[in-house]
Design a protein around this ligand. Structure first.
Ligand code: EPU
Length: 336
């Protein structure tokens, strides 16, 4: 365990927001976790992975735990699958690149998503037609209330669209230490997301491969989403709202260009980026923060912004979208 005090978390969150943690404890192993909690340390104020889904609006009193458990290991194999156990502290995109090199298929559509492996199941990360629940085998988490490690299978996690049990019933009670994925030896390519097909064609790809899909996804993301190393952001700031079909029909009558996709039999998922753009926010800049010019779902810090200001902007957006479309947007990011 490595302990430091009064640490500015600016480089530990992809938004690049300044927030001083009273105490930062780095945990590199299961033993460190056990040691921390068995020493009757206070409950942590925040557990930090890659800091890619976080809006820090204030300094943090108490302890921030930084998860740094490493390791990528094949733990089982059958004719069609390889089961790979990955430490929570591994960088998600590095793991995806490793999988592609090894020829393990299933997560190529999830290339270039910022963040850590341990944070991925928290919100069932998804992009370009794939969510991690599709390749999830199990995970191990430390339950702070009974001081034990426990294994969670697919059914225990209640995965939904950007949702899991770890954001609800087990919020602040479980610390994910490793995730085991079931990857495919024989790829089943998923190019259902239109933009992938178009990008593959642009790239002149004749024969599909997981590498080609990954490259296409990387190109698309780079063309739309700001690189957090250059402009602070946490990807989609809001979730795409789900509304009932009747509401969507009314919306469509008034705004024929509205973008939506069926979500089950009775609901539609609406592109929040479209709503925010239509409401006039896309590309708006307020000094050192604003709404990204190429993807209205992404709020950005141009350097030195305050988390509180970004939060207020998100409140303004939520209010405006509600007034204009009678739709309540929900934040995807975790606000501290
Ligand atoms: N759109 C607009 N204006 C905008 C942005 C989008 O009109 O400013 C329209 C687009 O034209 C398109 C539709 O909205 O028709 C969907 O846009 P896009 O393909 O960019 O996807 P998204 O719904 O905005 C979601 C995820 C992303 C993920 C992409 C691709 C959520 C909240 N976001 O965005 O995830 O990469 O799909 O699968 O579900 C993230 O969670 O951080 C994230 C980046």
């Amino acid at each position: 365990m490595n302990i430091s005090h009064n640490v500015n978390l600016q480089t530990y969150n992809t938004f690049g927001l300044s927030s001083v943690a009273e105490r930062l404890v780095r945990l590199e192993s299961r033993e460190h976790i056990r040691e921390y909690f068995e020493a009757d340390e206070p409950q942590p104020s925040l557990v930090l992975g890659g800091g890619s889904n976080l809006l820090l609006t204030k300094d943090i009193s108490g302890t921030v735990l930084k998860m740094e458990l490493a390791g990528i290991k094949v733990v089982n194999e059958d004719q069609d699958h390889v089961y790979v156990k990955v430490g929570a502290g591994e960088v998600w995109h590095s793991f995806v690149m490793h999988a592609i090199q090894q020829g393990w298929a299933g997560i190529e559509n999830l290339s270039l998503i910022p963040g850590s492996v341990g944070a991925a199941p928290m919100q069932n990360i998804g992009a370009y037609g794939v969510e991690i629940k599709q390749v999830f085998h199990e995970l191990e988490a430390y339950l702070t209330h009974d001081r034990s490690f426990q294994t969670f299978g697919l059914d225990d996690c209640s995965f939904g669209y950007r949702e899991s049990v770890f954001k609800h019933a087990l919020k602040n009670k479980a610390i994910i230490t490793s995730v085991t994925f079931r990857l495919n030896k024989r790829p089943a390519f998923n190019t259902s997301y239109g933009a992938i097909e178009a990008e593959l064609e642009k790239m002149g790809v004749r024969e599909l491969s997981i590498k080609a899909i990954s490259d296409a996804v990387i190109h698309i993301r780079q063309s739309k989403l700001p690189d957090p190393k250059e402009i602070g952001n946490s990807g989609s700031f809001f979730k795409n709202p789900v509304i009932d079909k009747e509401h969507f029909q009314k919306l469509k009558a008034e705004f024929p260009e509205v973008v939506g996709y069926p979500a089950g039999k009775e609901h539609m998922k609406v592109a929040a980026g479209w709503l925010i753009e239509n409401a006039g926010f896309k590309g708006q800049r307020f000094g050192n923060y604003g709404v990204h010019e190429r993807q209205a779902l992404v709020l950005v810090n141009y350097g030195g912004a305050k988390g509180e200001d970004v939060f207020q902007l998100s409140e303004t957006i939520i209010k405006k979208i509600d007034q204009r479309f009678s739709i309540k947007l929900h934040r995807e990011v975790n606000v501290i």
